[in-house]
Design a protein around this ligand. Structure first.
Ligand SMILES: [Zn+2]
Length: 320
């Protein structure tokens, strides 16, 4: 299938809540399919999906803080008449998983096997990166069901296909594809008006994943962060990542460090996206992949994060 040249599907705004610096709203994308969109979508301010049927709801990702997760839960409860709750975690990062616990012990949580391993290994460590954030009472709830390739969930007469596409943003990325309304919940494999960030996964792997997602032919794309998008967001992400690879190639040839390359790079239109400092993390990952064609793999995160702080002239802002 090829992508249809349309932008985002028509939307209906059902509710809006505000915090001093961010907003959250439920947008109906198709019958029974909603996005819980948190703007502007930077660090730890992510989107979730809500697919409802008579028995309950499929929730795609949760949220970072207790307050945000409970707001999401309230939105789900407002939309779903039945009691069943199934949560799919698209990947291990805390902004997508820390809110699992607010849905209660009767909820089934599904994730990729590598996502569960990462969650178990890193626990709540993300909170240490932004100690000034009001995380609230959060409790790690690991997935009950893990997959390695994917599975199909049924909602009424509709299918929700859960597909492994990593290593991309992480080693264990899942996307949720609704072939009926052609809506793709991409997790952090894709970003919308927010700088992509693939330090924990693979730049090359994400480019390969984007090709697979393109073949699905989505009409509407919900990225892990940023506004609901149309299929053009696939190429926007791919062009950024190709640019990163070109920078890494010339930087490696010139003997420059990723931080030096980032400092000298003209961001052009990518400078309009938020969290531009992520270029440093992306370049570190791309440098690693210059020599080794194998996507993913270990990297010294502490050094990379220090470089990002240096590029940014301070800690990146977390609005969660
Ligand atoms: Zn993430």
């Amino acid at each position: 299938m090829t992508a249809t040249p349309t932008t985002a599907a028509s939307t209906t705004r059902a509710s809006t809540t505000t915090t001093p610096t961010t907003t959250a709203q439920v947008i109906e994308l198709a019958g029974r399919v909603h996005v819980y969109e948190q703007a502007p979508g930077g660090w730890c301010v992510n989107n979730a999906g809500i697919v409802v049927d008579g028995r309950g709801a499929l929730v795609i990702d949760t949220a970072a803080t207790e307050t945000r997760a409970k707001r999401l839960r309230d939105a789900v409860d407002g939309l779903a008449s039945g009691p069943r709750r199934v949560v799919v975690n698209t990947h291990a990062h805390g902004d997508h998983t820390f809110g699992n616990h607010v849905f209660g012990p009767a909820t089934t949580v599904i994730a990729h096997e590598d996502c569960r391993t990462d969650m178990d290994r890193h626990g709540l460590a993300l909170t240490g990166l932004w100690p000034g954030t009001d995380w609230g009472e959060i409790e790690l709830v690991l997935p009950d069901i893990t997959v390695t390739d994917g599975l199909t969930l049924r909602y009424g007469s509709e299918a929700a296909e859960v597909v492994h596409v990593g290593p991309a943003h992480t080693e264990g990325d899942l996307v949720v594809w609704l072939p009926g309304p052609r809506i793709l919940f991409a997790g952090d494999v894709l970003f919308s008006q927010v700088t992509p960030f693939h330090l924990f996964g693979s730049v090359r792997g994400t480019l390969a994943a984007i090709e697979r997602l393109r073949d699905l032919g989505p009409r509407t794309v919900v990225c892990g962060h940023g506004p609901v998008a149309g299929p053009d967001v696939l190429e926007e992400n791919a062009s950024y990542l190709r640019w990163i690879l070109r920078l890494a190639e010339s930087g490696t040839a010139a003997g420059e460090t990723p931080l030096e390359v980032a400092g000298g790079a003209d961001l052009g239109r990518y400078g309009q996206w938020i969290d531009t400092e992520r270029i440093v993390g992306n370049l570190h990952r791309a440098y690693l992949e210059m020599d080794d064609a194998t996507p993913g793999g270990p990297i010294d995160y502490a050094d990379v994060l220090a470089d990002m702080v240096a590029y940014n002239d301070g800690e990146p802002a977390c609005l969660a």
